[in-house]
Design a binder for this molecule. Structure first.
Ligand code: ATP
Length: 511
């Protein structure tokens, strides 16, 4: 890694290719257009606010270790740098997206694919466990595909660096003491519900065996298209995991199900592979399982062509995005003008999406109806507790953008009127956009809109492509509360306006 001399101006930022919780990932090209890169950009203020410093540090350390100890099955970190407000990770670009998309192509993802990709994942596990890295968030979304459709494991934000322990039963990797404390303290699970191991949920020591559990879940998903532990919500998924409650569909490949049963064991030390001397022999017990017999002990997989049909490859490969397709006039760096250009492109892409309507007269509610709806809301709407006993008129998830980043919030337009927004992952009210006569919604296209208030413009993205509808409804509620803007005073029926004002004041009694 030539870490020290690079800066944002050494790269041309073409477009956004992915967004994480704390990052935006850009497709870029080195300024002399000699190679393509993926550049992950994290805003320092957000990292600090969300206390993600350790995660970022771990990610950098792991990627660095995997770069100086290269394996074809990992994303390589080419360099890192920072400016005053942002951290930049420049990585090789995995052109073919996430393994998940390939798995979901059930016509394409056949038995050969299952065996081939599970074998590549196993080799990746061997490599990182030898280096003392436990991934802890292994899932098909974090396994990317390079230009030749081989895997490249990414996202080490939840990883743990382990030290070797010698206990009488076992030679396993266990967390070093700082990380161990960290694991205990934040028993809140790390990872993704469907792939999280029982020990992560029950505060037991996490070792490299936790990744073996995720491997078992991914193999199951590759064979039949869905994950082994499925339920309506995370809590129920966790219950199933800790009770090992899963079953195989009838047509499930028998050799695969036999292997999965040997891996998905509650006790991490009972899992197949858990007693292997990984450093010297790799995951020998898993590799010699009958499921992998068809590989005939030839594990030089990165030299082979993945068994994905040519048709899929030519229809889906992102190999068409290459250095020459990047506009010649783009200036290097990621200053305000480049961000505006990139965001502008993103807005443009969504322009021809469809709209649907909420019914007009949203405030046209009688007192009886209001009471009935409020009672229903109290009983059935989990967001009722945030809205100060107002009636929710419209609700929906909206991405609220700030700087480069977006946060998904549940927006609640209520009588009052109010426009609350809630962090639904943590069930916390984050704020409200203040209603006033001078607020002005503005739809940019079907997905993106602004709400301008005297003090601030909110940049919003309606994930269900109904931005104009949100604007219309907010305008309607504004006008019915404060009267229409002067120029339109006569176009709205005075009677209607008065009725609505009365109705809102009726509702205010409930506050
Ligand atoms: P979270 O932080 O919420 O766990 P994440 O870790 O997936 O999300 P990032 O690592 O920032 O977030 O990646 C966001 C997306 O960008 C990924 O899902 C992936 O699709 C894409 N991406 C990341 N790195 C690369 C890469 N090297 N090549 C191609 N695409 C990438």
């Amino acid at each position: 890694m030539s870490d020290m001399k690079k800066c944002a101006n050494d790269f041309i930022f073409d477009r956004v290719i992915g967004e994480g919780s704390f990052s935006t990932v850009f497709l870029g090209v080195e300024v002399h257009r000699s190679y393509e890169v993926a550049i992950k950009v994290c805003e320092k203020a957000l990292i600090r606010r969300e206390k993600k410093e350790n995660a970022i540090f771990r990610e950098k350390t792991c990627l660095h270790m995997l770069t100086i100890n290269p394996s074809p099955f990992f994303i390589q970190l080419l360099c890192t740098f920072q400016d005053e407000t942002r951290l930049f990770f420049v990585m090789n670009y995995a052109k073919n997206g996430e393994l998940l998309s390939l798995i979901n192509e059930r016509q394409v993802f056949n038995d050969h694919c299952c065996r081939f990709y599970s074998a590549e994942i196993l080799l990746a596990l061997e490599h990182m466990h030898r280096l003392g890295i436990v991934h802890r968030d292994l899932k098909p979304e974090n396994i990317l595909l390079n230009d030749k459709l081989h895997i490249q494991v990414s996202d080490f934000g939840s990883a743990l660096l382990m030290k070797e322990t010698n206990n009488e039963n076992n030679d396993r990797l266990s967390p070093n003491s700082d990380d161990q404390n960290n694991v205990r303290r934040r028993n809140s699970f790390v990872g993704t519900a469907h792939y999280v191991s029982p020990e992560m949920l029950t505060n037991k020591t996490i070792t490299s065996n936790s990744d073996l559990w995720a491997f078992g879940c991914i193999l199951y998903q590759m064979v039949c298209g869905s994950t082994p532990f499925r339920a309506a919500n995370e809590y129920l998924i966790f219950q199933k995991i800790i009770k090992l409650e899963f079953e195989f569909p009838q047509e499930f490949d028998k050799t695969a199900s036999n292997l999965i049963k040997k891996i998905l064991k509650i006790d991490a030390n009972d899992r197949l592979g858990s007693s292997d001397d990984v450093k010297n022999d790799g995951y020998i017990s898993i590799k010699s399982d009958p499921y992998f017999k068809a590989l005939s002990d030839d594990w030089s997989l990165h030299e082979k062509k993945p068994p994905v049909s040519e048709t899929y490859f030519s229809n889906n490969s992102r190999n068409d995005t290459n250095i020459t397709s990047i506009n010649e006039n783009i200036e290097p760096g990621l200053a305000e003008n480049q961000i505006t250009r990139i965001m502008g492109l993103a807005l443009h892409e969504d322009y021809d999406k469809v709209d649907s309507n909420t019914k007009k007269g949203i405030l046209d509610i009688t007192e009886v109806e209001l009471n009935e709806r409020l009672n229903q809301q109290k009983e059935h709407n989990m967001y009722h507790r945030f809205v100060e006993n107002n009636l929710i008129l419209k609700e929906g998830f909206i991405d609220k953008k700030k700087g480069l980043f977006a946060r998904r919030r549940m927006f609640l337009l209520t009588t009052g009127p109010h426009l609350y927004y809630v962090d639904s992952s943590n069930m916390v009210l984050k704020g409200q956009i203040p209603f006033s006569k001078n607020m002005r919604p503005e739809a940019k296209n079907f997905r993106n809109f602004f709400i301008h208030t005297p003090n601030r413009s909110y940049i919003l993205e309606d994930i269900s492509n109904n931005a104009p509808e949100w604007c219309r409804v907010v305008e309607e509620v504004r006008d019915m509360t404060f009267g229409p803007p002067i120029a339109e005073e006569n176009s709205t029926g005075v009677v209607g306006k008065d009725v609505c004002r009365r109705k809102i004041s009726v509702n205010n009694k409930y506050r």
